[in-house]
Design a protein. Structure first.
Length: 205
């Protein structure tokens, strides 16, 4: 009996061969693709140029300086030294000085005198003295009649000067210098400090 043979397998005419998946040649990116420093920002990226900042600071400083200059404290009043008389104090190398002053109130409210001080500037330095109390005037005038010749009503602490008004008065000071040094002085000032005022009224001659 003849051997049976299997018929050959013939593939379909329209069959498409199955291709194997191609090997991936590209490498997938790893990590982030943005600059995290830029995400948070930097002074270079967020601030204006240094020149503009410097100009702005300069303008602000000028404005503040002008405001401070215009708003600076000034004396509420003014006045003048009208007359000066002196008397030697024997044995003390000192002089007593009577000074007549005019004090004007240029402010919008009453000026009240708080303290009165005299300052004498000489070639050798500066000396100061608080004004003598008005209750001692008669004693000084009896001991030194020359002081009374031009004296008027004493100018004392607590004196009130209404707005746009003035007052005149005499103050007495003791300076430990000789008459010659006093006569060759650089200046004599009466410093009047009003209540509630930061700047005193200074009268010089």
């Amino acid at each position: 009996m003849p051997e049976e043979t299997q018929p050959p397998v013939i593939p379909p005419v329209n069959a498409t061969p199955v291709s194997q998946p191609a090997e991936q040649t590209a490498t997938a990116p790893t990590g982030t693709s943005f600059n995290i420093g830029e995400e948070f920002g930097t002074a270079k990226r967020n601030l204006p140029p240094a020149k503009i900042v410097a100009i702005a600071i300069g303008v602000v400083a000028v404005v503040l300086g002008c405001f401070a200059f215009l708003q600076r404290a000034t004396p509420q009043g003014g006045g003048s030294i009208d007359d000066i008389s002196t008397a030697d104090v024997a044995g003390q190398n000192a002089v007593l000085v009577t000074v007549n002053v005019t004090l004007r109130n240029a402010g919008a409210k009453a000026l009240y005198v708080h303290t009165i001080k005299g300052t004498l500037k000489t070639d050798s330095g500066e000396v100061s003295d608080d004004a003598a109390s008005a209750v001692d005037f008669d004693r000084y005038f009896q001991a030194f009649p020359a002081l009374k010749e031009h004296a008027i009503t004493a100018l004392t602490p607590e004196t009130k000067i209404p707005p746009d008004s003035e007052t005149r008065g005499t103050v007495i000071f003791y300076f430990p210098v000789t008459r010659d040094v006093f006569d060759k002085r650089k200046s004599l000032s009466v410093v009047i400090q009003p209540y509630d005022q930061p700047v005193p009224v200074v009268l010089s001659r």
